[in-house]
Ligand binder design. Structure first.
Ligand code: UD1
Length: 431
């Protein structure tokens, strides 16, 4: 497996454009199967998860091709609504195809996605919502089969504002008969992007971005060219990179409104941030100060997907900070790795207590999941000496060639590929 070798301690400087959002592109690609014809989706990031989604779409009969950030896909030849097991096991987000395939073909077969590196990720809200729309669901230990001759609009209250369940149900309801109202819906910007895409294809949805989404079902949708929003988590990762390396980075094609909770925390820590429409400059001013307590929670609160990266900044800040993680139950795996680099962090149930140290030191560490891996890269960029980050395939799921991204800002970071072996080993990614 690939490794990243980082010589830390170089301040990062320069300008970088933020690539399209993985978490918007995945449901949008899934939603495109609801309209037969040729789709053109722009600003799609070149990531492992996107590649897996394209493989799934091709396996069920689409013809999808990525050309320089644009996916062109013909969905008119779909011949199956059965997602292959090996691909399903590579990416949890395959479950986004449940709503769209059920809506268009009346049946979908998927494999149980199981748990993952960051916690016990149930899909009960997806399934109960589809049932409320009229689907029958047969579950075995390994498979889920959903069937519905006609989905019917209804009121659905989500016990928790799950991003994926909100998206799956919006897609299914877009072609249901009648009106669906989802209450306690998730409010993430990627949900607004999905609403905009579905409406461009002829759906009738209002309310995304609030906790109540109303969907009037439509019989048929049609392909319409679309451009994906910028990735707020990649932007946030780069903001922290500027701060931990004592650098000065300008981000282009960023949506500052999507980052307000991150901007707020970083400013409280003393990071300088200036904003001019979709351009943001982030620079180091002095040693960052601890923040008493931040709590991860659904949007617009502080995103769980930025928790590990901000922990790196806290680990070299002046004073003690606390992060409480409320979204996922297994999202502190990066703590042990950061401690190997000299950080002083203690986990107590769902809180991490971070006592800032003057500096981190290079070590060999593991990317235990996608965002934890990004945090290891940030720690390596900040540390004295050499850091080796292993299990880079996790990072490749969400950052387009992370080493190129940081090299373009002056970092000393190289990808080292393993020596060729005679036998290939199957890689199973579950998060
Ligand atoms: C999405 C994002 C992920 C982000 C997360 C929270 C994508 C592809 N991924 O994941 O990067 O970290 O939102 O912002 O968009 N839950 C249930 N039952 C369900 C569904 C969820 O109990 O049916 C629980 C989960 O176990 C978790 C919490 O709800 O504890 C949040 O999950 P959810 O919002 O669904 O996250 P994802 O859509 O999986």
């Amino acid at each position: 497996m690939d490794k990243l070798v980082i010589e830390g301690g170089k301040p990062l400087t320069g300008t970088i454009r933020i690539h399209g959002a993985k978490n918007a592109a995945l449901p949008i690609l899934a939603a495109s199967v609801m309209a037969s014809g040729i789709h053109s989706i722009d600003n799609v990031p070149d990531l492992k998860d996107i590649d897996t989604m394209m493989k799934i779409l091709n396996a069920i009969g689409c013809r999808a091709e990525m050309r320089e950030g644009r996916i062109v896909m013909d969905t008119s030849g779909i011949h199956s609504s059965h997602i292959p097991e090996d691909l399903m096991r590579q990416m949890r987000s395959s479950i986004f195809l449940m709503g769209p395939l059920l809506a268009r073909f009346g049946e979908v077969r998927v494999y149980q996605p199981g748990g993952c590196a960051i916690g016990d990720r149930k899909i009960d809200l997806h399934l109960r919502g589809l049932e409320a729309l009229g689907a029958t669901i047969e579950e075995t230990e390994t498979m889920i089969v959903c069937r519905a001759e006609q989905l019917t609009g209804t009121d659905i209250h989500l016990d928790f504002p799950s991003v994926g369940a909100t998206e799956n149900l919006m897609m299914a309801a877009a072609m249901a008969e009648g009106t669906t109202m989802i209450t306690n819906a998730a409010r993430e910007p990627e949900i607004q992007d999905l609403q905009n895409f579905l409406n461009a294809m002829g759906a009738n949805i209002i309310g995304a971005g609030t906790d109540t989404i109303t969907i009037k079902g439509t019989k048929e949708l049609h392909p319409e060219p679309y451009r994906i929003i910028p990735d707020r988590i990649v932007a946030g990762t780069l903001m922290v990179a500027a701060a931990v390396t004592k650098g000065n980075i300008t981000l282009e094609d960023v949506n500052p409104a999507h980052l307000s909770s991150v901007i707020h925390v970083l400013r409280r820590m003393g990071v300088q941030i200036t904003i001019d429409n979709d351009i943001m400059n982030v620079s180091y001013a002095s040693r960052p100060k601890a923040v008493e307590r931040i709590v991860t929670a659904p949007y617009p609160s502080f995103p769980t997907d930025m928790q590990s990266q901000v922990m790196v900044l806290m680990s070299i800040a002046e004073g003690a900070s606390v992060i409480k993680e409320t979204v996922f139950d297994g999202r502190f795996k990066h703590v042990d790795e950061l401690c190997r680099m000299g950080a002083d962090i203690r986990v107590d149930m769902s809180s991490a207590i971070i006592r800032g140290v003057p500096r981190l030191y290079g070590a060999t560490v593991e990317a235990t999941d996608l965002r934890a891996g990004a945090a290891m890269v940030l720690a390596g960029l900040a540390a004295n000496g050499t850091t080796v980050v292993e299990q880079v395939h996790h990072i490749d799921r969400g950052y387009d060639r992370i080493e190129h991204m940081f090299q373009s800002l002056g970092a000393s970071i190289e990808r080292v590929k393993p020596a060729a072996k005679s036998k290939t080993k199957r890689i199973v990614l579950m998060d």
